[in-house]
Design a protein. Sequence first.
Length: 142
Amino acid sequence: MRYYELNCLISPNCSEEELGILQEKIKNSIQEEGGVLFETKSPIRKSLGYSIKTKLHPKTGLSYLAVLSFNLAPEKLESLETRLKSEAQILRHLILQKKSKMAMKGMTKTPFVPIKKTERVKKEKVALKEIEEKLEEILGET
């Protein structure tokens, strides 16, 4: 099972009761597919950049945004999408695959510690003549 997040834009013509009913339908659809619901956020009224399906609400670019987080087998995702497409009140939907919440809780944030710059030790240059003398001294001893 993978962790997903569903974002839905719902028609602004819905009443509060219809929003609740629609959200329950979506939850039931996920659970019927064998999914496990983690988090549901109540729908928020949002102003859109442009109107969607102008026949529903031509003068305002308003819509409701509902967000649900759930676990579901990847094979079942397609049938869930067909159910979402069949709902007339859902204008658009987007399903995102996320990292699991449990995996994210296991991650620990380490504080940022800047690396200290070490000063380079300047080495003195040795003349070639000195190296040759040392070599002769070493080779001459054996």
